[in-house]
Design a protein around this ligand. Structure first.
Ligand SMILES: Cc1ncc(COP(=O)(O)O)c(C=O)c1O
Length: 552
């Protein structure tokens, strides 16, 4: 183990650089340290039999040439693995959300960049001291906020190997294995989700990017040659329109902004009292837009909306999309993972008719951020929307046509995300993933039962998946919505300040709504029970300050 000493020991004895060189693990140096400048040469002149990694820089740092050598890397990497294993093994030592104030973290770090190399042991000691305790503990089983993103053990191993391989998956030629394994893993996931072979796809960083690409495809499919001609200043087009429910994720609106359609091109369709898109309103909005000379382009249906995890009627949306010849994109970023269980596919009925679908393995398939699966039945159109091949990217030496994934994305360089997915899909097996997801559904249902059975609490939305929306509402507060909002914000804040669990909030039908979402791989019933105890304690506490603001 590296020590946690932070002070740099003074050189014990100055000597010539060369005399140290010969003592360094019996190997010859790769460069003359004195040529690297006075600072480095001075730091390198310690006579030590073996490097003390806490206080000494290594050979490559001293020479100012080349990378950390393999031997030094091996020692440091073993240490990093120990740090990671310690962190995960003792994660409950940390507050899920650290008790710190905004602005307090940055000032703990040096304001100026390091002029000279620093010993890796010291850097890692600072990592433990400054980084771990100031991180929001997404790996903590008490993380019940937003939608969970667990970096599973096998997923982390995949990330480590990915980093070491250093692949850029932009062209087949720049990484044959990244390119072809991506195809394999996309096929595995498609099959696991129960979708037909007509779907193909790719792995992106986030659902935001996946939906951007999907709507780029939709814009291209509208037949307006947007990729080549653009849409600015074109009187012939009318206003392009995209339709999504009032509960659809902001990434859809951002995609409209980014694609030049503008936020106002997104028509937010009202929802019913279950927060599901109203198909009658959708049909009316499209008809009204056509009558006004606008150009409908796409419908976005969400399975598992961000606030309440409501499920839009996908099959009915598909009927309208087919009738109106519109692109149907299904955003199942969070809930899509559930479809790997054939017994739980009812909410997804009709999604096989979509033009594109997004599911995020980095949400509920326990893949380290980032990994988003974009599937499409119209990959040729997606390619038309984003392909641009300058001479320096042209691949001349291939006989068999293979995919260059950069032709399907706005960016060129791409990470080798398929590796971690391949490793972790094999480690869990689909059945292992199904069991974990079913367990999360059970935990959420148990929590919902507790809420339903408590007279002072009310549930504010159905629980189709693993997220429960609720609030404290004692009978004598009924009707005073502003006071209830403040009170619930204060309750959530008090719970989060304990550091045992972390909850987040939303607004449903105008009401401040606390959300508890089970999605962390390590969450057990005791964590959900702890959340329930803390909520009741906070509600009961006479000192809850109704005016305090939410923290999450
Ligand atoms: C339904 C839905 N779509 C899209 C997103 C955006 O996901 P990402 O952070 O991967 O862009 C979210 C995030 O929570 C979401 O809930």
């Amino acid at each position: 183990m590296f020590t946690t000493r932070h002070s740099r020991a003074a050189p014990s004895e100055a000597s010539s650089a060369n005399s140290l060189n010969s003592t360094l693990r019996g190997r010859r140096p790769r460069g003359d340290p004195s040529a690297a400048g006075p600072h480095l040469a001075r730091r390198y002149t310690r006579r030590v039999a073996a490097i003390d990694r806490t206080t000494d820089i290594d050979e490559a740092q001293a020479s100012g040439l080349l990378d950390m050598d393999a031997a030094a890397f091996r020692v440091a990497a073993h240490e990093v693995v120990d740090i990671m294993a310690d962190y995960l093994a003792s994660i409950e030592r940390f507050a899920v959300f650290p008790t710190i104030e905004p602005g307090s973290v940055g000032s703990a770090f040096s304001a100026t960049p390091p002029e000279d190399p620093e010993p890796i042991g010291q850097i890692l000691a600072d990592y433990r001291r400054l980084v771990e305790p100031n991180a929001t503990a997404w790996q903590h089983p008490g993380f019940l906020a937003y939608f969970g993103t667990t970096a599973s053990g096998p997923g982390i191993l995949g990330e480590m190997l990915t980093a070491a391989l250093g692949q850029n998956a932009m062209l087949w030629r720049t990484s044959p294995v990244a390119t072809e394994l991506e195809g394999v893993v996309v096929g595995w996931l498609r099959e696991a989700l129960g979708l037909p072979e007509t779907f193909d796809g790719l792995i992106t960083d986030t659902a935001s990017t996946s939906s951007l690409i999907a709507l780029g495809g939709a814009r291209e499919a509208a037949g307006i040659e947007a990729a080549s001609e653009g849409i600015a200043g074109r009187e012939d087009l009318g206003r392009l329109r995209v339709y999504a429910s009032a509960e659809a994720h902001s990434s859809i609106e951002k995609a409209c902004m980014t694609l030049g359609l503008g936020r106002s091109s997104l028509v937010r369709i009202p929802t019913n009292d279950r927060f599901e898109l109203r198909v009658d309103s959708l049909a009316e909005a499209i008809a009204a837009d056509r009558a006004a000379g606008h150009r409908p382009v796409a419908i976005v249906a969400t399975v598992g909306t961000t606030s309440s995890t409501s499920v839009d009627p996908v099959a009915a949306a598909a009927d309208i999309a087919e009738r109106e010849r519109l692109w149907l994109h299904v955003d199942a970023a969070y809930a899509g993972a559930v479809a790997i269980d054939p017994m739980l596919r009812a909410p997804f009925a009709g999604w096989e008719r979509a033009d594109s679908i997004v599911v995020n393995p980095h949400k509920w398939l326990f893949t380290p951020l980032d990994a988003s699966l974009l599937l499409s039945r119209r990959m040729d159109v997606v390619r038309a929307a984003f392909s641009l091949v300058p001479e320096y990217l042209r691949t001349l030496d291939r006989e068999t046509p293979v995919r260059d994934y950069n032709e399907y994305t706005p960016q060129l360089g791409r990470r080798f995300r398929a590796l971690k997915l391949w490793i972790q899909l094999r480690w869990f097996g689909l059945e292992g993933l199904r069991r974990r997801i079913r367990h999360h559904l059970e935990l959420a249902n148990t929590f919902a039962d507790w809420i339903d059975g408590a007279p002072d609490w009310e549930r504010l939305a159905p629980v189709p998946f693993s997220t429960v929306c609720f609030r404290y509402r004692p009978p004598d507060w009924a009707g005073d919505e502003a006071a209830l909002d403040d009170r619930n914000a204060a309750i959530m804040d008090a719970v989060n300040r304990t550091g045992d669990v972390f909850l987040s909030h939303t607004r449903l039908a105008g009401r401040f709504t606390i959300r508890l979402s089970v999605g962390n791989l390590r969450t057990e019933e005791r964590h959900v029970a702890r959340a329930w105890t803390l909520l009741q304690d906070a509600a009961a506490a006479a000192d809850v300050n109704p005016a305090s603001s939410p923290s999450g």
